[in-house]
Write a protein that binds this ligand. Structure first.
Ligand code: ADP
Length: 755
């Protein structure tokens, strides 16, 4: 019999099947005619009909008659009976023929009972589908079932049992057993579907309540906001912080911590004794800027203009700053190398930092690190401490109100290392681009991104800055100003600013050029312009009083009346009126305040060859003095033969930076020589240079500062080590013009010339 293997359907008698034309085409059958009887065999798995063999099919199938073929070629068949398929052969054209034997079922069920139970099952189905959206469609489908076999064949796809178990429905011979099998599968199907439906309904209900809760919360929020707007004075701290946290844009970790603290604050209530601490914390973190500031292109020409507008001179410094900005512009970055401005007080280090911020259109914040001795001052105290506070860095960030300010860290050379930990190592972390994108202040306890901050450090000297910190920074030197530069700074910047600050109009007061010069030379003695600024402000304040009292309509400040304004006597230039005394020689030192002159004094008294050093002490100084004595004994054996009958006293005024100690070497030798030979040295001759045991003059540091100090003090001639001649390039022409500078290689050259 012509045999068609089919998959995914069970075959029972008295069931109508419809096959679409496309399916029929797969059967490889030449022609089908109404009335043809064919066999259907059930495939065990989904394989190609062309490849199917006897092993691939279940032993029992069904015979069927073709009922009709419509105009499009779709076929309707009705099954007749169950058959056993004994053998398969494949014809040359690919069609399958098989040997079949009919397999009658055992009619062990009463026809009425069968009908009754079938109708009951059907009505159960009809009731079941009512609860579903697709129920209407399913109803039409169910009403078409004429017998339980039709029900089984159309429902097989929905039974959640294995294919083998489904085949059992076909296999059983007993009508009753089959019915029970089908019934059982139908009930479990409906049961399962109901459980799933219930679960789904429950989930839906749960979701609905979540949505509802959200909606209610939103509604409350809106109403609360409206109320807040109506009565801003009534907004509770908790509410305010809740809003501030949401709006701050803080990172996930920070937000989690803030909400945790907020919850504690809620529980604590206003009277709780931790309330204040929690309040402070939230107030702090919500006032920080958490925004990721966009990079704004840098306009170098404008930057140059701004730097020039605010600061006179400083050509080298400005060009180095512009280079830095150019590198940042090329990298499209908000930060770059960390600049370290080194120079005496009042040389413009901090204020140019402010100009950089202005040039970049960014916020400016200054943090003073002078005297910071506790690591916690940089990195904050843990909140477990009573009175814990954030560190200065984060406190500065808060003050700046931005996440990318220009931050000037003032006086990094004045950090102190002691029992409180090492603040410089904390600072290192702040400045390290590898780490500072998640800087964690102990107080905040959550990371904050400092990588967009442009750091600028200032120091008076690099001596006390720890090496690792120094290595991170690019040093830019601020050498101090000459008298001419100071004059220009006063005229162009300090006086106009001071006038503005005191509210004095230009037409009411003038300071003559000669008066400005007099303030510089007679009332200040410094590398920078801080003192000058103070004196000018004093002059302005006095002028303001005069103007308000109406004593004068127009005030003119001249050298003649300067003292009236400043109120005290100028600095006396003791060099000028200092007499030449044997044993006293003028030296030059490099101090925190820039350069300075100093007098090295030596003296002998009757005694037993004891050596006393006063003023600047330490091993370095002791060594310098010992070398000097050896040299002098060597050069002047006659003059120094009685030295053991005297006590020698050497006084080197302190103040110089420790590193500069040895540079007094040639001055000490000269002073001792002068003492023993009794020949005085003109105080207007100054000198600086380290000395070797052989009498060689060795190079020193800080030459520009020292020479400027010499000019300020009225020195006329300066001896410098020959090896420092190169440094003269950095010395202002104006200074070189004022001084006779004599480079020397040997101490003997100095002694021969000055005595
Ligand atoms: P520093 O930080 O080096 O101690 P500041 O930046 O505080 O010095 O400068 C002190 C004062 O002198 C400031 O008011 C500053 O504006 C002014 N000042 C310093 N250098 C200049 C300069 N080159 N041109 C104009 N003003 C200057």
């Amino acid at each position: 019999m012509l045999t068609i293997p089919i998959y995914d359907t069970i075959l029972l008698p008295d069931v109508t099947f419809y096959f679409k034309k496309e399916v029929i085409e797969d059967w490889n059958v030449e022609e089908l005619e109404v009335g043809d009887v064919i066999a259907f065999a059930m495939l065990r798995e989904d394989i190609d009909i062309d490849a199917a063999t006897l092993e691939d099919i279940y032993p029992i199938g069904a015979s069927a008659r073709i009922d009709s073929i419509d105009a499009e070629g779709n076929v309707k068949v009705r099954t007749i009976e169950r058959i056993s398929i004994m053998d398969l052969t494949r014809d040359a054209d690919g069609t399958i023929e098989s040997e079949v034997v009919s397999r009658p079922e055992i009619n062990d069920m009463d026809a009425d009972e069968l009908k009754e139970r079938f109708e009951k099952l059907k009505s159960k189905f009809l009731k079941f589908v009512q609860n579903y959206q697709w129920g209407l469609w399913a109803r039409g489908f169910i009403l078409q079932w004429k017998n339980v076999n039709e029900l089984a064949c159309s429902m097989t796809g929905y039974f959640s049992v294995t294919w083998e178990e489904k085949y059992e429905i076909v296999e059983v011979d007993s009508q009753k057993e089959r019915f029970e099998l089908i019934e059982h599968m139908c009930y479990s199907f409906m049961e399962l579907a109901d459980v799933a439906e219930n679960a789904e309904l429950e989930q839906q209900a749960r979701n609905e309540s979540i949505y509802r809760e959200d909606a209610i919360k939103k509604q409350i929020e809106i109403l609360q906001r409206e109320l807040d707007e109506m009565h801003p004075e009534n907004i509770s701290d908790v509410r305010r912080f809740e809003m501030a946290i949401t709006e701050s844009g803080m990172n996930e970790i920070a937000e989690k911590e803030a909400r945790k603290v907020l919850n504690r604050m809620k529980q604590e209530g206003q009277d709780g004794h931790e309330y204040g601490m929690l309040y402070d914390y939230l107030d702090f973190v919500t006032s920080l800027s958490w925004k990721n500031e966009e990079y704004v292109p840098i306009d170098l020409n404008k930057a140059e203009e701004i730097l020039d507008k605010e600061h006179y001179g400083l050509k080298k410094v400005k060009s180095r700053i512009i280079q830095q900005l150019a590198v940042m512009a090329l990298n499209k970055k908000q930060s770059g190398s960390i600049l370290l401005f080194v120079g005496a007080p009042g040389t413009g280090k901090t204020s140019i930092g402010q100009s950089i911020a202005e040039a970049l259109g960014r916020k400016y914040v200054r943090i003073s690190l002078g005297g910071v001795r506790d690591e916690a001052e940089i990195r904050g105290h843990r909140r477990t401490y009573i009175g814990a506070m954030p560190g200065r860095i984060m406190e500065g960030m808060k003050r700046s109100g931005a996440s990318n300010p220009v931050m000037v860290l003032d006086e990094v050379d004045k950090l102190v290392r002691d029992y409180g930990g090492d603040p410089s190592s904390a600072l290192l972390e702040v400045l390290d681009p590898e780490q500072n994108n998640s800087f964690t202040d102990h107080y905040m306890n959550v990371p904050y991104d400092l990588s967009n901050v442009l750091f600028v450090c200032t120091a008076n000297s690099t001596d006390t800055i720890p090496e690792p910190l120094l290595n991170r920074m690019e040093i830019i030197e601020f050498p101090g100003y000459t008298a001419t530069e100071k004059f220009q700074i006063a005229k162009k910047h300090l006086i106009p600013k001071a006038m503005k600050a005191t509210g004095i109009r230009r037409k009411n007061m003038t300071v003559t050029d000669t008066a400005i010069k007099a303030i510089i030379s007679d009332y200040t003695m410094e590398s920078g312009v801080r003192g000058l600024k103070k004196q000018i402000e004093t002059v302005m304040r006095y002028g303001a009083v005069q103007l308000v009292k109406g004593n004068n309509e127009k005030i003119s400040v001249k050298p003649a009346n300067l003292r009236e304004f400043i109120g005290h006597r100028g600095i006396s230039h003791d060099i000028i009126d200092k007499k030449s005394i044997p044993g006293v020689v003028t030296g030059l030192a490099w101090t925190m305040a820039g350069g300075e002159i100093l007098f090295i004094e030596t003296k002998t008294v009757h005694g037993s060859g004891k050596i006393t050093i006063t003023g600047q002490l330490g091993d370095v100084m002791k060594e310098s003095v010992e070398i000097a004595i050896s040299l002098v004994k060597d050069m002047y054996p006659v003059e120094t033969r009685n030295i053991s009958k005297y006590d020698l006293h050497v006084h080197v005024p302190e103040g110089a930076v420790p590193k500069d100690g040895p540079s007094a070497g040639i001055t000490i030798v000269t002073a001792l020589t002068s003492l023993f030979t009794g020949k005085a040295v003109d105080p207007r001759i100054a000198m600086t240079g380290e000395i070797s045991l052989r009498g060689n003059v060795m190079p020193i540091g800080g030459l520009p500062e020292k020479l400027m100090a010499a000019v300020r003090a009225g020195v006329k001639t300066v001896y410098i080590p020959e090896k420092n001649v190169e440094d003269l390039e950095d010395v202002a022409d104006e200074v070189k013009k004022e001084l006779k500078i004599i480079p020397v290689k040997k101490i003997k050259e100095v002694i021969d010339q000055v005595m």
